[in-house]
Design a protein around this ligand. Sequence first.
Ligand code: KG4
Ligand code: ZN
Length: 338
Amino acid sequence: SMSLTFLGIESSCDDTAAAVVTEGREILASVVAGQTTLHADFGGVVPEIAARAHAEKLDSCVEQALAQAGRSLADLDGIAVTAGPGLIGGVLSGLMLAKGLAAGSGLPLVGVNHLAGHALTPRLTDGTDYPYLMLLVSGGHCQFLSVAGPEDFTRLGGTIDDAPGEAFDKVAKLLGLPQPGGPSVEAAARDGDPRRFSLPRPLLDRPGCDLSFSGLKTAVLRLRDDLAAAQGGLHEQDRADICAGFQAAVAEVLAEKTRRALAQSPAPVLAVAGGVAANQTLRAALQQVARDAGAGFLAPPLRLCTDNAAMIAWAGIEAYRAGQRDGMDLAARPRWPL
Ligand code: KG4
Ligand code: ZN
């Protein structure tokens, strides 16, 4: 049958996004309008503000994506939209637009799980065959998924509290470094000694693939306060050493748990996605784990690792091929485990 072309719509967190993608793995357009500046003063995503911004930006994101792709709705084969999990206001805005476009154009509608979008990204970027192991590490998610088909995910483990990106952001805040914390902690760590402070390796002593990051954040808080009390403040070198120690701890526990996930569910390829996958120390550690297990290592380009709508369009194409069709009763699901 003919190659499909789908519009994808994403609005489940703090990015409003639209994309046009073909079944032949071409990304004809991928527009992402972030909200970082809107939330910068609040130290986190504010659901009310996010919902309103999505509602305001969705139309123009879709228009831009179609214009960039040189397509009109009549040229497309379907509309994929994130139906959850995420902030309900944002998801609803996306769903309403998608339903309106589908009803108006007669195109089929496919509701996509945001996590499935991330998990299927290696198929879009590299044509990776099933099965593979996916480590999703972002500001909102952290889990190991064994991916065996477009609707066949096995969760092997994940965080029991914070996501790693959240921990990077909180550590940056504790140390007075700019947000988002991941890049600024990584930059500060470059001049640091990862061995000066011994930080905990949470859950390493327990079997399985579950992870925890909130204890690490608390340990950094205590360390900062102890140093400040002892010397009347933090020196530049202290900050660098704390960042290096924190980053090393995160990389070490993620690497060890990935080793276990690969042992438990052997796969020819280890893939990562999510904003934290940009971290070079983490990438190097994971690459080594993959090499040791005789698996390939795949890290899609960052713009496709972080939230975007190309992954939603792609997941929609795969779900559509598997027979999924949704109606006007497609519901928003704030919580929706894979
Ligand atoms: O996937 P993403 O863009 O958004 C969602 O969480 O959905 O991930 C953002 C997270 C932030 O917490 C940010 O601090 C983190 O990814 N991050 C990093 C790096 N770049 C971004 N964490 C560690 N090292 C980095 N270089
Ligand atoms: Zn995401």
